[in-house]
Ligand binder design. Sequence first.
Ligand code: PLP
Length: 455
Amino acid sequence: MNDLSNSLAAADIAHSVHPYTNMRLHEKQGPMIMARGDGVRVYDDHGKEYIEGLAGLWSVAVGFSEPRLRDAAVRQMDLLPYYHSFAHKAHEPAIRLGEKLAEMAPEGMNRVFFTNSGSEANDTVIKMLWFMNNGLGRPEKKKFLARNKGYHGITIASGSLTGLPANHKDFDLPAIPVTHLTCPHFWRWGEEGETESEFTARLLKEAEDVILAEGPETIAGFIGEPVMGAGGVMTPPEGYWPGIEALCHKYDIILISDEVINGFGRLGTTFGCEKYGFTPDILVTSKQLTSSYMPLAAIIMNDKVYNAIADNSEKLGTFGHGFTGSGHPVACAVGLENLAIIEERDLIGNAARLEEQFQGGLRKFADHPLVGEVRGVGLIAGLELVADKASKRSFTPAGKVSAQAAKFAAQEGLICRNVYETLALCPPLIVTEDDIDQIIERMGRALDLTWEWVQ
Ligand code: PLP
């Protein structure tokens, strides 16, 4: 990791500008260069083996060496490496993938729009709802509700929906009208003496109060991740999602389930909305859609949203939005093959079957002196580190201890992600019982090393 004599590392330092990186620190410590992947494992340029405990960026469902995805890409490259879908053009991979997603999505969600990334997908959703409401003659219905600690991307509009300080500070965001509601994380935001259902009721009241204060006629959409990912893996309190769904129906607000991490089996169900018992108007998906072998995101919408947009496109002569890469044929071909693998190998069932071993094994760390809460569902989990277990006080400066813990984990051969105070785990869906035992063992050693380090 620190071998700066390695010419690749030196070239990286000299020329690369890394996302989500302290650039000056990077110049000193250099990159961790990954050379190859094999199943749930990756190997760095020194040959060191790691279990990829975050599936890359919460995304490589089928592991890092799936030949069927390579073959699907090569076949499509040979046949038609690129075509677009502007102005009535179409090609088979995007048609078939749209059809497949409509089949997988909840009843009534029949229409699909493709983008290259989750951020672009959420930007597109914002524009779709603005376009829809202008077309419906209610131009004031433009605002959004989102949640603190939610993550919806980093473009100017999607980054506005994101509720994390690092994505706003000094980027002049939020730049669109959005209200961030209380993070639905009972352990951290529940008040003294409050039960989980009282917490849910308080959050639903807060949402309704904001809707009424802003005016329901001004609110276009509510966006949330069923289980929050990049903000620190937070599972919702009992009854939260059906309550939000009811409010959206009551006030004619479009409900957007951002399933960029949750979608395609992460929680042991096809989509997170299914797990938590609600039906959105729009599902945003990406990541596990192609196992990130190719960049692709899909917005799946119901007829209510589609028809309003379609009517306005007829009135104006076009829906003036789309990307050169929207529905890229190679990405769609890879997506189709990836979804076929997920189905054939029952990887969604695998996540459900291994949930108890994974979550139960990690829950043992709740007794560790560094760990405030262990939380998660299916094959996604977070361990929140605290300086004081009784008061739940976090370490200062923020994120320093979790960053060190992630370094120790990597040293022990486990890649996890430190998101604020939380160590996040989200292994590939192909993970086995044996792999899970190793993840837990390596995490245990990393926590012990971190404990020694903080003393
Ligand atoms: N939405 C959610 C829930 C995400 O987790 C992410 C990325 O992590 C995004 C949107 C943004 O996706 P991308 O990084 O592809 O722009």
